[in-house]
Design a protein around this ligand. Structure first.
Ligand code: GAL
Ligand code: MG
Length: 980
């Protein structure tokens, strides 16, 4: 018998968004349902209409087949993960997809329907499947669903028998018309990515519940009621309970304007409303939730159905050009987050999601954009509970064919379907403050159709869509209440806010691209945002580096920085983080998939620490050298949840501490407090830090977790000249310093292993064209002048020559090196100007006075306090997925490199300098594609830079600012080297 689901080929018909699927609603049926997760029978077909008849294997549900047995060398690449950003993985034009090569997973298992479900409604829920789901029970077609990141429910009451055993088959077609609108920038997978379950209700059931709760305590609960038997039975009613407060049906509510509260015989609508006295309002800072139970009763009082909701009382509105939560102009300290996991690809557990959000909370984030599709439902529960503002985004991205699809009527249903289903599912979450129509899909009538639906259905939240801004951010289009550009230059944002033309809140949907060693100028962004009315923040791109754990157990030595799942991203011999191309894909976009603020094992990248500081709820300023201004920089709460400690770091090595009493401050208030510690007469440069920690155990942080560490300079350094003393300096025939602790250099360095920003922004190419990666050094002269030695050298690139002078002078206990480099005009944007040398083996510990402890660069140093820091050399290095410049420390005043088996060395630069100490030369890093290819050197490679180029974000978006570039012309710096 032919199967109509196959004959109709729904995977080629965008008009068909579903068949047999129940309407989406906000009644969560997961609790109490029968889980069908586990191992299912599985067959992978080459195309949806290929015959099922081969051997069954097993597959995990939920799970994507593209992540199963990824090490098997015999697997076809089409069955493995493939990473493409914009381009579709095939050339077929929408709505078509490959006919013969369309992997189709057939999942099958038996289901036993409990005998006591007789007379009840029995529903199958498939949490998510990509991209087309076909459902059969005992060979009978039951339904079709598209929309890969939302659940599909199917009523099985007529096809299964209580007490019976049935065969459930879920067929998942990988490529379809829907793939063209699911062209997001991440891995392509295929399979079932969220849980499958079976639930049952009385035929009389809650078809939907809509909760509206505002900050003044008004609560309104609207229920839609249906009966699968047909007309509703007489006498049904609803009741509710909100944390002990009884709710009764509002008998005055009568939408049908008739005696009977039913709109029709088939659809019941009922309302409950109340006003909660002294309500505790919900905000991301104060995620106060109330528990609501809604019950649907038969006439005799018996409960037919019930649902649980968590209610947050809050208002979202736009007033003028400000987005307000509970009347306050908030800042959006956001991040874009995908549902991602390095082992499962797409399937994320409760624990994973909780860990993501806890980490974000700890690092000062307060907002998430669910880029670029509705996330797992649990994420919203956690956002409500832990406190995040969510931009909920529909699963629409037609990037490769955006222009055609936005106005293609064949896709109209899909647009409205996807947006409306998201709104219907998530409308009761207080965390969701903005709806988004999707991403990178141009702008057309299909968007306006979806926008129209949202505006009618939910007037309580703003709507945004980046692509709507076709004529500028103030365009009064239907689809965006927010000006939400991506990667807009900061100066454009500021200019817009100052132009008088701004009509909408300006909140970038993506900014500060976190690929590799990146996020330069984040502090400049926040300084401007906090100083410019009209700017309210944005969402960093993105949370995850989507590296997939991959075995490379082929006998090669594996260096530090290989993949180490949940082991600090550092060591796991035999594994690495795979990115585009590592699964043998012909077409791919390489490491562009690794652009998050956390590594694939969730280890925070250094930018996270800077972000935490930029988001500091407590700010500190020096007040006329007599006291300190402490400010509460939050919107909704005092400082009582925080504790503090003062730390005074002195250049002479001392750190003094004193307990801190945080003043009692309302949001936005400041207080002047006296200096907590007497500043010692001696001790040199002095920095006072207020280390702020949580004062109590919170849902996202145990007591004592660091929240921020604002810092002020109490006393500046007095420059001290290192005076010459009699002594000897030895240089070899090449004019290179001979020193027992050095094995190479010190020589001039103008290059760094290109960061992803350097590569994609075109700087690296320029540097190679200039020959900066392979400068040829030639000694011009070596001259002795008393005890001092002057070495003149030239470093020739392909297009210019850099003249370099080093003067080595004996000073007390060591050697002072005064350097001068003169860059020709054509080298107008180099990576660095500085010194590089290499040390003997055995030095494995760095102590320094300067910014730290985490990695910092000139345009990403806002979060690294000045102090005395100590780290193992191996810990200094940040293993960005594609090896590149890393491990730098900004503002280093002095450092000591030591080890158990070798005498150490001390370097004191003339002023705070950019320093790095690693086990890799720039060449080593630049030559490697993954960390497992790197072999650490025994000695250390040390850079002391007179100038170091900012990092910027040019891999996608603006480069660093001109003030962070390295200018041509003359650079001078000096440093002293001493043996310990
Ligand atoms: C944006 C896009 C994201 C991602 C990012 C670059 O244009 O919306 O999905 O591709 O660029 O990493
Ligand atoms: Mg895209």
């Amino acid at each position: 018998m032919t199967d109509p689901l196959l004959t109709l080929r729904p995977w080629t018909a965008p008009e068909v968004t579903s068949w047999g699927r129940l309407p989406m609603n906000a009644v969560d049926r997961r609790t109490g349902a029968h889980s069908l997760d586990g191992d299912w029978r599985f067959q992978l077909l080459s195309a949806p209409d290929a015959p099922v008849g081969g051997a069954w294997s097993t597959a995990a549900v939920p799970g994507v087949w593209t992540m199963q047995n990824t090490d098997d060398p015999l697997r076809s690449t089409v069955d493995l993960p493939q990473y493409l950003n914009i381009r579709m993985p095939y050339t077929e034009f929408p709505p078509l997809s490959p006919v013969d090569d369309n992997p189709t997973g057939v999942y099958e298992r038996e289901i036993d329907v409990p005998a006591d479900w007789t007379g009840r409604r029995i529903v199958l829920q498939v949490g998510a499947a990509e991209s087309v789901l076909l459902v059969h029970v005992d060979g009978r077609p039951v339904g079709v669903s598209k929309d890969s990141h939302l659940a599909a429910d199917f009523d099985l009451s007529d096809v299964v028998r209580p007490g019976g055993r049935h065969t459930l088959r879920l067929t998942v077609v990988k490529w379809s018309d829907a793939s063209h609108i699911e062209d997001q920038d991440h891995w392509w997978h295929g399979g079932i990515t969220r849980s499958v379950l079976l639930y049952t209700t009385d035929p009389l059931h809650l078809a939907d519940v809509t909760v509206r709760a505002s900050r003044d305590g008004e609560l309104r609960v609207d229920c839609r009621v249906r009966d699968t038997g047909g007309a509703l039975p007489e006498g049904w009613y609803v009741s509710g309970e909100l944390d002990g407060l009884e709710l009764t049906q509002d008998t005055g509510f009568d939408r049908a304007n008739a005696e009977d509260e039913r709109v029709s015989a088939f659809l019941g609508e009922a309302r409950m409303q109340t006003r909660v006295p002294e309500v505790r309002a919900w905000t991301a800072e104060t995620p106060e939730l109330y528990g609501l139970t809604v019950r649907l009763h038969h006439a005799d009082g018996g409960v037919a159905d019930s649902s649980r909701h968590r209610v947050g009382f809050r208002d979202v509105e736009i007033v003028g050009r400000d987005l307000l939560v509970n009347g306050e102009r908030i800042y959006i300290r956001g991040v874009n987050r995908h549902d991602f996991h390095p082992l499962t690809g797409r399937t994320v557990s409760y624990d994973d999601m909780r860990a993501d959000l806890v980490l974000l909370k700890r690092f000062g984030f307060n907002a998430i954009r669910t880029a670029h599709y509705p996330n797992d439902p649990t994420l919203y529960d956690l956002a409500d509970e832990l406190g995040f503002y969510v931009v909920d985004e529909a699963d629409i991205e037609s990037h490769d064919h955006a222009h055609e699809i936005a106005d293609d009527p064949r896709y109209l249903n899909a647009f409205v379907d996807r947006v409306s289903r998201m709104v219907l599912r998530d409308k009761n979450h207080p965390s969701v403050i903005i709806w988004s129509l999707g991403n990178e899909s141009d702008y057309g009538a299909n968007h306006d159709a979806a926008a129209g639906w949202v505006r009618r259905h939910d007037a309580t939240r703003p709507l945004q869509y980046e692509g709507a801004a076709k004529r500028g951010w103030a365009d009064p289009d239907l689809a965006s209440d927010i000006a939400c550009p991506m990667y807009a230059p900061l100066e454009d944002c500021v200019a817009h806010a100052l132009s008088g033309e701004q009509t909408k809140p300006l909140i970038q949907c993506e900014y500060s691209h976190a690929m590799g060693n990146s996020n330069g100028t984040l502090a400049d962004h926040w300084a401007a945002i906090e100083a410019t009315p009209g700017l309210q923040g944005g969402f960093i791109w993105e949370f995850w580096d989507h590296g997939i754990l991959q075995s490379v157990n082929d006998g090669r030595p594996v260096g530090r920085g290989g993949a180490g799942l949940y082991d600090n991203g550092v060591t796991a011999p035999g594994y690495r983080w795979a990115y585009g191309g590592d699964f043998g894909e012909k077409d791919h976009d390489g490491a562009f998939i690794a652009d998050g603020v956390v590594f694939p094992d969730r280890t925070p990248k250094p930018v996270m620490f800077e972000h935490r500081e930029l988001a500091a709820p407590v700010r500190l300023e020096l007040f006329r050298h007599e006291g300190l201004v402490v400010a509460n920089h939050q919107h909704f709460r005092g400082l009582q949840w925080l504790a503090g400690e003062w730390r005074l770091a002195l250049a002479d090595g001392r750190t003094l501490t004193a307990p801190a009493e945080l003043p009692s401050l309302l949001p936005g208030e400041t207080a002047v407090v006296p200096l907590p510690l007497a500043l010692p007469e001696d001790g040199g440069e002095a920095w006072l830090t207020l280390r702020v920690t949580t004062a109590e155990d919170l849902a996202w942080a145990p007591r004592g977790t660091e929240v921020c560490a604002p810092q002020v300079l109490l006393r500046a350094a007095v420059p001290a000249e290192e005076l010459p003393v009699p002594g000897t300096v030895e240089v070899d025939a090449d004019g290179l310093l001979v020193h027992p602790l050095l094995t190479a250099g010190p020589v001039l360095s103008l290059w760094r292993a290109p960061t992803d920003n350097d590569e994609l922004g075109g700087m690296a190419l320029r540097w190679r064209t200039w020959g900066l990666d392979a400068l040829v050094r030639k000694v011009v002269s070596v001259r002795r002048d008393g005890d001092a030695v002057t070495v003149l050298a030239e470093y020739a690139g392909t297009t210019g020559v850099v003249r370099h002078r080093q003067v080595f002078t004996p000073v007390e206990g060591g050697i002072r090196v005064d350097e001068l480099a003169e860059l020709p005009e054509e080298f107008d944007d180099v990576a660095r100007v500085g010194t590089v040398f290499e040390t003997v083996a055995g030095l494995d510990r760095l102590e320094w006075f300067g910014q730290g402890p985490w990695e910092s660069y000139p345009d990403r140093s806002g979060g690294a306090p000045v102090g005395h820091h100590t780290l193992a050399v191996d810990e200094l290095f940040t293993p960005y997925l594609r090896p590149q410049e890393s491990g730098g420390r900004h503002g280093v005043r002095r450092f000591v490199l030591s080890g158990p088996d070798a005498p150490g060395l001390v370097v004191t630069p003339d002023e705070p300098r950019q320093v790095s100490v690693t086990r890799y030369r720039a060449d080593d890093l630049a030559a490697a594609a993954h960390h497992d290819e790197l072999v650490p050197r025994a000695g250390c490679v040390v850079h002391v830079d007179a100038a170091h180029r900012g990092l910027g974000t040019a891999s996608c978006g603006p480069d660093t600012f001109p003030s962070y570039l390295v200018a041509p012309g003359v650079h001078r710096w000096s440093w002293t080297l001493r043996a310990l």
